[in-house]
Design a protein around this ligand. Sequence first.
Ligand SMILES: Nc1ncnc2c1ncn2[C@@H]1O[C@H](COP(=O)(O)OP(=O)(O)OP(=O)(O)O)[C@@H](O)[C@H]1O
Ligand SMILES: CCCC(=O)O
Length: 374
Amino acid sequence: MKVLGLHINCEVWWVYRKGPFRIVAINLGSTSTKIAIYEDETPLYEGVKRHSYEELAKVGQNINEQHIFRYLHVRELLTTSGVDLSNLSAVVARGGLFKPVEGGVYLVNERVLQDAIVGVQGNHISNVAVLVAKDIAERYGVPCFFVDPPCVDELEPIARFSGVPELPRTSIFHALNLRAVARRVAKDKNTSVEYLNLILAHLGGGISVAASRAGRFIDVTNALEEGPFSPERAGSVPVLKLVELCYSGRFTKEEIKQRLVGKGGLVAYLGTNDISEVEKRALSGDGEAELILKAMAYQIAKEIGSMSCALSGKVDYIVLTGGIAHSTLVTASIIERVQWIAETLVYPGEEELRALVEGALRVLRGEETPKLYE
Ligand SMILES: Nc1ncnc2c1ncn2[C@@H]1O[C@H](COP(=O)(O)OP(=O)(O)OP(=O)(O)O)[C@@H](O)[C@H]1O
Ligand SMILES: CCCC(=O)O
């Protein structure tokens, strides 16, 4: 059954209908296209397309080319699903690097689409996700949402200083997964996020560490330019040496950016972004692989220590999540260094598609009002 959304004077008026609600969720990663179709909380289909380095190199990073390429893959997955979409209720996507916003569920409007194309806080594949989601939503005449985008910014004023007035710190992190995992921790501990102080680390292709006080992310490491190195990102680097590198004449601006985001971290040191492979190498006696994996864990632990100060030491749990949280070598190495702060809970993998669907359901059921992106 469909939901009717009316857009009047910049306010959204919803006429709520009873479910069940059929929802398409779209999550684009740098190397994958993931979709899910849910009927309420029940998954009807989950599909993923992995894109090789060679395939992506042919398409290029241009937003228009990526838009067409990803749209065709999403359409193919929808067809493969065999699920009837004639009674679709909504489409929901991971939001992109738009202007800083509060967490929540947002309606995809013209401003979102414009900012996704411009890339107000940078180009990221999640910008493309909302364009593709809107195409699908228009095709079926249903509302389109994005949920907890990477540009969620709830930083306290004190957390915004970098030491260079022209370079304030900004909040770019895995907000979608971390908020969903925070909710899951609260549920597992029979409480609500409003009563918890958490340090959450998303350990994926990129890594972000966040301090959540009573459900708000008061400080985070910006996954694209700060904190620990990750499989593909450099994280914090010695800044004066970076300036020297920029002016060395050896690299173009784009090449330097690639060294920091995309080809930094494990890729730069070991030529792979695959933690399982690095683990295998470490366990079979490759000392360099072992040291670099431990160095990554060491940097993650240091960042967790730093977030414990953001929470003035009042930490209920440390939470490790994301694909790398499957690696006991990495998690054990982190836990050894942070156990003095609080108990660590490990939630391997990510549930971003489910988190997207849950966000859309909260709106469709009238439990949450969708926010307007201005
Ligand atoms: N079972 C596993 N054991 C060890 N490492 C794993 C396992 N599964 C995934 N990983 C590692 O996790 C990383 C990918 O994590 P994840 O899927 O959360 O990231 P992503 O979605 O690609 O990127 P991001 O989370 O930054 O958006 C890769 O480095 C991968 O090798
Ligand atoms: C939240 C996304 C940051 C990244 O791609 O690492």
